[in-house]
Ligand binder design. Structure first.
Ligand code: SAM
Length: 230
C-alpha cells in the first residue's frame, strides 16, 4: 500500500489521470491512495494568496513559503518517520529514473509538491527531502512531473500489476532496453517478423531476445551500459 499526496494549484488536472486503467484498478483494490491537495486551501489572507512578485525585481510570480509550509505541516502531521518522502518537483532537481522509482516504491507516504509560475521561494527547498526533475526541459508546472512519478512508482508496488504484467521484461530491466516485439500480421507488405519468433523453439527465442536487447542498447542507449545514463 502506498499513499501519494500531491500539492498543486490545479487539482482538476488529475481527474482523468486518476480514473483510468491500472491506476483506477489499484485504487479500487486499496493498494494505492491518492490525495490531491489544493495549495489554495492554505493561501494567505482573504484572497487565499499563494504567490507574490520576486524580491529584487524580475518578471513573473513566485510561490510563497507560508502556504506551502502550512500545507506540508498539515499533510504530513500523522506520518511515521522514515517511511515517507517529501519531494519538490523542479527542473533543478536530480534527474528522475527507473532506479529512483524502485526506491520510492518502498515508502508508505510520498508528498509531491508541484510548482507553477516562476517557481518557488528558495526557502521552500528546505521543507523537502529531495528535489526531482523529470528531464532537462521546462514544464509550466509540476503536475505532469507528478503524474510521471506516480505512474512509474505505483506499478512497482507489490500486487498492483497482475502476475502476467509483473513478469514482463521491460526496458531498463537489467540496465537494458527491451528486445524488439512483434504482433500480427507476420508479413506486412514485405516487412517480415523475424523467423526465430515463429519457430516455437523457446530456448532459441530467449537467446535471440537477449542478443537483441544488448544490440539495441548499444545502438540506442550506450550510456545505460556503463551506468552513465545521459
Ligand atoms: N523558473 C524556474 C526555474 O528556472 O527553475 C522554472 C519554473 S517552471 C515554469 C514552473 C514549475 O514547473 C516548477 O516550479 C516545477 O515545479 C515544474 N517543472 C518545470 N519543469 C520541470 C521538470 N523538468 N521537472 C520537474 N518539474 C518541473
Amino acid at each position: 500500500m502506498i499513499n501519494f499526496h500531491i500539492l498543486t494549484l490545479f487539482p482538476d488536472l488529475f481527474e482523468g489521470f486518476l480514473k483510468e486503467s491500472i491506476l483506477a484498478r489499484a485504487q479500487k483494490q486499496g493498494l494505492v491512495k491518492i490525495n490531491v491537495c489544493n495549495l489554495r486551501d492554505w493561501g494567505v489572507g482573504k484572497h487565499h494568496q499563494v504567490d507574490d512578485s520576486p524580491y529584487g525585481g524580475g518578471t513573473g510570480m513566485v510561490l510563497m513559503m507560508e502556504p506551502v509550509d502550512l500545507a506540508v505541516k498539515e499533510i504530513t502531521k500523522d506520518w511515521i518517520p522514515k517511511k515517507n518522502r517529501k519531494i519538490l518537483l523542479t527542473p533543478q532537481g536530480k534527474i528522475y529514473n527507473q532506479k529512483k522509482a524502485g526506491d520510492l516504491a518502498k515508502y508508505e507516504d510520498i508528498l509531491l509538491i508541484c510548482g507553477r509560475y516562476e517557481g518557488f521561494d528558495e526557502r521552500i527547498r528546505g521543507l523537502v527531502d529531495e528535489e526531482l526533475s523529470i528531464g532537462n526541459y521546462i514544464l509550466n508546472g509540476g503536475e505532469v512531473a507528478a503524474m510521471a512519478v506516480v505512474e512509474s512508482v505505483f506499478r512497482l508496488v507489490p500486487r498492483v500489476l497482475t502476475k502476467e504484467e509483473a513478469t514482463r521484461i521491460e526496458t531498463f530491466h537489467d540496465g537494458l532496453l527491451e528486445y524488439p516485439q512483434y504482433t500480427r500480421p507476420e508479413d506486412y507488405y514485405g516487412k517480415m517478423v523475424p523467423s526465430v519468433l515463429l519457430s516455437g523453439n523457446h530456448a532459441k527465442i530467449e537467446k535471440w531476445r537477449n542478443e537483441q536487447a544488448i544490440k539495441k542498447t548499444i545502438e540506442k542507449r550506450p550510456d545505460l551500459l556503463d551506468g552513465r545514463e545521459d
